[in-house]
Design a protein around this ligand. Structure first.
Ligand SMILES: Cc1cc2nc3c(=O)[nH]c(=O)nc-3n(C[C@H](O)[C@H](O)[C@H](O)COP(=O)(O)OP(=O)(O)OC[C@H]3O[C@@H](n4cnc5c(N)ncnc54)[C@H](O)[C@@H]3O)c2cc1C
Length: 401
């Protein structure tokens, strides 16, 4: 394989796919190595705030995404006990202020749009079923050692890929990050997210409206919003819990979820929605402390591999998308020294990603208040939706330049 101005990307998640499109546009050849044999997103939704949607529009995905996304008019904060509306944040105004949409979308729809664009690009090669195991830096760039499972073989075969750069977009359990020197493991955040999709026609009318609904309880919360052009409702229930395992796809039964959202503490309306799915997927939340340096020589990290974010501000994928845009901008700005481009990218990203990581952790603490939840709800009501939303302008109004 050619080693001239080729970026090898480990991982074809939202970060890896967006980086591939951005780097190809910056004039690089791109090879993506993905461990999964097929790219399929498990059912769930994702919020795409203007800081992220702006990058995707710039990559030419506007029409493709608009057809499947929902643009919520507001984020409605509801009291768990009785469904009383505490406040409403006008998301439509944020989109207008930032000049880019605030969308909610099914992850599979986002992934399909990115994948189609990747597959239509002659400068990007996607290699599935290959797990990045190690890398070695050499005079010309980098050799990335991948492992792929041959049918009926006991031991995976080894395949080497040459490139000028390696971008570790291989998620929170990143092998690239480990080889860069961070031997620590992600820390369990003592919270678990249960996720399910509900056919819209089975849900009560308020849940069908184009809004993000955030129910705040004691040590637990619930988020739901329509996706798939309004055909389904994405439901995410997050509680404090001890169950800890990596991955997205452990199945869980409705009783397990409902037991954590008991009557009295949770209104009948919330529980009715939680009772619809016949199964859930659960995901233990993990976090890592911010890294002081993400890269070395021709190797860097991107997305959750570099800076996993707890989901309380819905910014993990958004930051990965931002990373991709800044990485491509710095590669363009350093055409004769790609390694310098990587260092410039890391320098530009460190402060913002750390700040968002911290803000998300802080928001999690607020969402999961215990006995003083009443105080939280009162303060939020007094502040009001518009003022609270303006506090996040620094997140939403981000631009690559
Ligand atoms: C409940 C919940 C809700 C969320 N909601 C939102 C939201 O609304 N908005 C938002 O912006 N973010 C949200 N997030 C965060 C978001 O899901 C992640 O931050 C985002 O998916 C990270 O993307 P990534 O591409 O960096 O990593 P990943 O999505 O983890 O992708 C990594 C890819 O690398 C592959 N891989 C791993 N190891 C290797 C290897 N060694 N070799 C090759 N391939 C490998 C994996 O198979 C995978 O395809 C949420 C998270 C949770 C838990």
């Amino acid at each position: 394989m050619t080693a001239t101005r080729t970026a090898v990307i480990a991982g074809a998640g939202i970060g890896g796919l967006t980086a591939a499109l951005s780097l190809a546009r910056a004039g690089l050849q791109v090879i993506i190595l993905e461990q999964a044999e097929r790219l399929e997103e498990t059912g769930a939704g994702i919020q795409l705030s203007p800081n992220a949607s702006r990058v995707l529009l710039d990559l030419g995905l506007r029409e493709r995404l608009r057809a499947v996304a929902v643009a919520p008019t507001a984020l409605r904060v509801l009291r768990a006990r009785d469904g009383h509306e505490i406040l409403r944040m006008p998301l439509a105004q944020v989109a207008e202020r930032c000049g880019a949409p605030y969308w909610v979308i099914h992850r599979a729809d986002l992934q399909a749009a990115l994948l189609e664009a990747v597959q239509a690009n002659p400068n990007i090669k996607l290699v599935l079923g290959t797990r990045v195991d190690r890398f070695a830096v050499n005079a010309d760039g980098i050799t990335v050692q991948g492992l792929y499972a041959l049918p009926n073989a006991k031991v995976p075969a080894r395949v080497d890929t040459e490139g000028s750069l390696l971008i570790g977009a291989d998620g929170i359990w990143s092998a690239v990050r480990a080889q860069l020197g961070d031997k620590s493991r992600p820390r369990f955040a003592s919270r678990v997210a249960w996720r399910a999709l509900v056919p819209t026609e089975m849900a009560a009318k308020p849940a069908r409206e184009p809004m993000v609904n955030l129910w705040l309880g004691r040590r637990s919360h619930l988020v739901h919003y329509p996706v798939a052009g309004g055909a389904q409702i994405n439901v995410v229930a997050i509680t404090e819990d001890r169950w800890d395992a990596p991955g997205w796809s452990t199945r869980s039964m409705p009783a397990e979820v409902l037991a954590r959202y008991p009557l009295g503490a949770w209104s009948r309306h919330a529980r009715d929605l939680l009772g619809i799915p016949d199964h859930w997927l659960k995901w233990a939340l993990h976090e890592r402390a911010p890294l002081s340096g993400w890269g070395d020589g021709p190797v860097t990290l991107l997305g959750d591999a570099a800076h996993p974010v707890l989901p309380f501000l819905a910014q993990g994928a958004a930051l990965a998308i931002e990373d991709a845009a800044v990485l491509a901008a710095e590669i363009t700005a350093h055409p004769d020294n790609l390694v310098q481009g990587l260092r410039a990218y890391e320098t530009r990203r460190r402060g913002r990603t750390t700040r968002v990581q911290q803000a998300a952790r802080q928001t999690g603490r607020i969402y999961h208040r215990g006995a003083d939840a009443f105080l939280r709800d009162t303060v939020m009501r007094v502040l009001g939706g518009e003022r609270l939303l303006q506090r996040y302008d620094w997140i939403y109004n981000w631009r690559v330049d």
